[in-house]
Structure formats: C-alpha cells, structure tokens
Design a protein around this ligand. Structure first.
Ligand SMILES: NC(=O)c1ccc[n+]([C@@H]2O[C@H](COP(=O)([O-])OP(=O)(O)OC[C@H]3O[C@@H](n4cnc5c(N)ncnc54)[C@H](OP(=O)(O)O)[C@@H]3O)[C@@H](O)[C@H]2O)c1
Length: 225
C-alpha cells in the first residue's frame, strides 16, 4: 500500500522539522509537505526532504485550504505554537479552527487524518509529578495549556462522529538532540518528565504508516525509562 502523504503545519518548528526528518528516515518514506509561516527558516536540507514548502498563516482558513488543495494530504500533523512564549495566546486554537473549516465532516477534505502535538496538562490530563512541581508547572504554563485545551476542543467537537480521524498527543517536556529512546504511553503519574521531539516524530510517522492503532483518542506519551 502507498504510504500516506503528510502536511506538517508548523513545518519549520522544532517538532515540525523532526516529523519531516522522520518521514525521510522511515522505511515507508511518506511524502511530506511543510506548511510554514516563514519558509526561509527551514534549512535547505530539511526543505529538500519535502515535496513542497507552502507559505501561509496557520490562523488563516484560506491559507490552510490552499495548502490542502496543493498537498492533497492523507494526514495533517499540527505542531504549531511558540514553545518559548508562555504568555496569553490563541494561535493553537485559531489554527485548529482554520483547519477544521476544511476538514470537518461534510467539508472538502473530510477524509484527512489529524495528529495534534499537545501537552500533558491539557485536554483534561494532569501534570501529575509530585512535591507540588506539577502545580507550579501548571501555573507557569497556564496560558499555553488553555490554548491547547481550546485547540483540542475545537478538533474533537467538530469531528463529531468522526473522532477516529484524530490522534492527540499529550507530550511531556519536549527536548531536542536526544533522539534515542522509545515512547511510553501512560495514564496518571508521569513516569518520566521529558520526551525528545525526534521520538515523538517517529511515533507519529509509525502511527500514520501503520494501522493507526491510537487514533480516535488522546494519549499521554513520554520516554520509556
Ligand atoms: N516545549 C515543550 O516542552 C512542549 C511540551 C509539550 C507540548 N508542546 C507543544 O508542542 C507544540 C510544538 O512545539 P515546538 O517546540 O515544536 O514549537 P516551536 O519550535 O516553537 O514551533 C512552532 C511552530 O509553529 C509555527 N507557527 C506559529 N504561529 C504560526 C502561524 N500563525 N502560522 C504558521 N505557523 C505558525 C512556528 O512558525 P514561525 O517559526 O514562523 O513562528 C513554528 O514553525 C506546541 O504547540 C507546544 O505548545 C511543547
């Protein structure tokens, strides 16, 4: 069977580029398109792994619709945000709304799968760490987590009876440059506080190129100790 075609929203972000690299490194080699607000931020070598690099604003339903039209993806990976900015924001929710305008049931691209890189602490999960650390972290991340909450709600609500098209990943703290390790899916207490973006990316590509076993739900993931 042909591998799925992917469109990565936030393609030049730290997680987005890892998804592009994971596509290139996987045996299935799924074709990947990068959707970037600033294509020049994507390195030449990462751009070379992409079928196309599509410039656009993830808040714009028109830009997203144009990207879907161009890429004709089987799946969209949403890795949008601004990790270092912990202030009030609505970019994740606004881009989810823009995406759903094209992929909600009854819309033109209502066959497309959706993978969302979200965070532990969002979507009803708890930052269950202990010694009050989770509570402090929750306060620090409150605006980001609220934006992820609205992002996830937008997607689940508008998918209605097609929830099996989506996978939401509640990741622990994201790192870069520690690509070894395997994914641990967990509930409740966080077994390990960090997961590398490359590990998350490999997991996403494996899900999409396999039988999508976790689709239809939100799962919490971290690194296996
Ligand atoms: N950092 C963590 O420890 C952590 C933990 C759990 C979950 N997460 C979540 O994981 C997601 C990805 O994180 P990351 O570290 O990969 O983020 P990142 O490196 O900051 O990348 C975010 C991407 O979103 C893009 N973006 C922002 N606004 C956009 C817009 N209006 N239109 C198009 N693109 C836009 C950025 O493009 P520009 O470069 O052009 O701005 C960038 O490509 C985020 O939602 C974050 O909240 C992070």
């Amino acid at each position: 069977m042909a591998p799925p075609t992917l469109l990565v929203i936030g393609g030049n972000g730290q997680t987005g580029v890892e998804v592009i690299r994971a596509c290139a490194a996987s045996a299935a080699k799924p074709p990947v398109h990068a959707f970037c607000r600033t294509p020049s931020k994507l390195s030449e070598s990462d751009a070379a792994h992409c079928v196309s690099v599509i410039e656009g604003d993830a808040r714009s339903a028109e830009d997203i619709a144009r990207a879907l039209e161009q890429a004709k993806p089987d799946a969209v990976v949403v890795a949008v945000g601004r990790s270092e900015d912990l202030g009030p924001t609505d970019v994740r929710a606004a881009s989810a709304k823009a995406l759903m305008d094209s992929v909600a049931p009854g819309e033109k691209f209502d066959q497309v799968k959706i993978v969302v890189v979200s965070s532990v602490g969002a979507g009803g999960t708890k930052l269950h760490i202990g010694f009050g650390i989770g509570m402090l972290l929750g306060m620090r991340l409150k605006h980001v987590l609220a934006d992820h909450d609205r992002q996830e709600k937008e997607i689940w609500d508008r998918l209605a009876d097609q929830k099996n098209r989506a996978l939401v990943l509640h990741t622990t703290g994201l790192t870069t440059g520690q690509p070894a390790g395997e994914v641990c899916i967990f509930e409740g207490k966080i077994p390990h506080p960090r997961i590398d973006r490359a590990v998350v990316a490999r997991f996403i590509v494996a899900e999409l190129c396999g039988t999508c076993p976790n689709f239809g739900k939100a799962i919490s993931i971290t690194t296996k100790k």
